[in-house]
Design a protein around this ligand. Structure first.
Ligand SMILES: [Zn+2]
Ligand SMILES: [Zn+2]
Length: 93
């Protein structure tokens, strides 16, 4: 089952088309105030009601960070110069 689709947005990191899907977290987007519960911000989507991410580099456009440190590391390794990499390796190892 395909539960996501491409958007017209470009990834701010690598320029690829972003993927989009509606947030399926329990209670997300519902107006809970009628039930006496405060309408809290959904942890899963940061209250936006959807997810938007890059399938190419792993950038998450909702939270403005990479989906995992591994994606971030791969992206840095693709874009950094050798000198900068040496500094970063120092921190990672
Ligand atoms: Zn949500
Ligand atoms: Zn990307």
């Amino acid at each position: 089952m395909i539960d996501w689709e491409y958007t017209d947005d470009e990834c701010p990191k690598c320029g690829e088309q972003m993927a989009w899907r509606r947030c399926d977290a329990l209670g997300c987007g519902d107006d809970l105030e009628d039930d006496g519960f405060p309408a809290g911000i959904c942890d899963s989507c940061n209250g936006k009601g959807y997810h938007e991410w890059c399938r190419e580099c792993g950038w998450d456009n909702v939270f403005n960070h990479f989906l995992s440190p591994q994606y971030e590391r791969e992206w840095i390794e693709r874009t950094r110069t050798d000198g900068e990499k040496a500094v970063l390796e120092h921190f990672w190892n």
